[in-house]
Design a protein around this ligand. Structure first.
Ligand code: SF4
Length: 433
């Protein structure tokens, strides 16, 4: 950590040496480029551009962009390179602690104080300090890493069900969302919640029946899949808190016998409730998957791949459907073999006929999230990849690298699971075939 902060200081010093007369914005761009190159290559900033005689900013920037973006430098538009001020101290470091979820504080809105969820939470966490909220009040922590210390139980009044917002100019997969919960106890380095969630707490609604009642009143999106698909994993992990929320019981009972498919998206193995319920062919437990080396370094606190697949096997045996999401695919040394191995492991563990769908999408994030990741996870390697501002304003790997990922892995998936619906998630039309 100290080394990374030291590296940032050395990069700034080198930028000043190279261009002593450049203005502050130019210095910042050069500093960032030197920092990112040296972090990725484990190089010393003092050695950057030693062989060239640097006479002006444009020359230095061109040379550094070529070093930083070897795949895309000659092809990308100049405004695709995002070079904000380097500020590694903007946010506190992420706290990676493998502990059971046990909040210090429980905030409960007065209206739902007697709800089953509130009572379960009070019984499960007797040492937590209870605060009854008279009205919607700001609570939680100022530090995102401390969100797990605060559980907030609310009555949701507005945000029940909606089509997945997808992203501008992407091919829509027709997914629909039920926002059962806001906040997650895992610490995936790429998680958009660390930049998006403004209430640093785990927020759970007590009125699930109001969510389910809305299902009958909404016109859902269908997309290319033959059935309407609804899921609950956008702002939290769908099953991580299920021993507390028991949402799965209400959901399975509600959807049993209906036409829509309901998916629980998870990186957990919290399936005990599901295994007690009557199986239904339209209930899907979907696991996000990555090679174990990526789980270890990028998705700390989540369950290992083999545990996720064992849970999927049990779900299939019980009579529910399964799904898998290769999302986000993260490029790294050996990615072809590692992701191919994940495909094989699924094939060898989970019965084919249980798999309702498989999706794939490469790592993408907003420009604000980039700054958040590099500040909270200073030693991350994911940002060492080449990311450009792309068609939807998000940062993505260059199109040719994404194409290579899909052309390598999608045929393997289709060969391994010939009867399963395989699709790309949040990807542009040009890459769909
Ligand atoms: S499991 Fe999902 S919601 Fe939870 S931290 Fe990881 S990416 Fe975020």
């Amino acid at each position: 950590m100290k080394d990374i902060l030291n590296l940032a200081g050395l990069a700034q010093k080198r930028a000043q040496e190279l261009l002593p007369k450049a203005g502050i914005n130019k210095q910042r761009e050069i500093t960032r480029l030197i920092f990112e190159i040296c972090k990725r290559d484990n190089a010393n900033p003092e050695n950057i551009l030693q062989q060239q005689k640097i006479t002006n900013f444009e020359q230095a920037k061109k040379l550094l962009l070529a070093l930083r973006y070897p795949v895309s430098y000659n092809k990308a538009q100049p405004n695709a390179f995002y070079l904000p001020k380097l500020d590694l101290s903007a946010l506190p470091d992420a706290k990676i602690r493998q502990t059971d979820f046990y909040p210090k504080n429980i905030f409960i809105e007065k209206e739902v104080l007697n709800s089953a969820l509130a009572q379960r939470a009070l019984n499960k966490f007797p040492a937590a300090k209870l605060t009854v909220l008279e009205k919607k009040t700001l609570c939680g922590s100022t530090n995102y890493s401390e969100r797990k210390e605060n559980l907030v139980i609310i009555k949701e009044n507005f945000d029940f069900v909606k089509p997945c917002p997808c992203t501008k100019n992407c091919v829509c997969c027709g997914y629909n969302l039920v926002n059962l919960g806001f906040g997650c106890a895992y610490e995936c380095q790429y998680c958009f919640l660390q930049q998006y969630q403004n209430l640093h707490a785990i927020v759970l609604p007590a009125n699930i029946q109001d969510f389910l009642a809305k299902i009958n009143t909404v016109k859902f999106r269908k997309g290319p899949f033959p059935h309407i698909r609804i899921g609950s994993g956008e702002f939290t992990d769908s099953l991580l808190f299920d021993d507390l929320t028991q949402y799965s019981t209400d959901i399975v009972n509600f959807f049993c016998g209906r036409d829509e498919y309901f998916e629980f998206k998870t990186k957990s193995t919290n399936i005990d409730n599901l295994l007690k319920l009557k199986p239904a062919p339209n209930i899907v437990a979907g696991w996000s998957v990555n090679p174990q080396n990526i789980i270890d370094s990028v998705e700390p606190l989540t369950r290992p791949l083999c545990a996720r697949l064992e849970a999927a096997k049990q779900i299939a045996k019980h009579g529910f459907k399964t799904a898998f999401h290769f999302d986000p695919v993260i490029l790294h040394q050996g990615w072809q073999e590692n992701y191919s191995s994940v495909i094989e492991q699924i094939k060898n563990t989970v019965p084919q006929e249980s798999i309702a769908w498989i999706s794939m999408g490469t790592l993408r994030f907003s420009r604000e999230l980039k700054k958040c990741i590099e500040s909270r996870f200073k030693n991350n390697f994911i940002l060492d990849g080449e990311f450009l501002l792309d068609f939807d304003g998000k940062m993505r790997y260059p199109q040719q690298l994404r194409k290579q990922v899909y052309q390598t892995l999608i045929p393997k998936l289709k060969a391994a699971f010939p009867n399963t619906y395989v699709y790309l998630c949040m990807e542009e039309a040009a890459l769909q075939s």
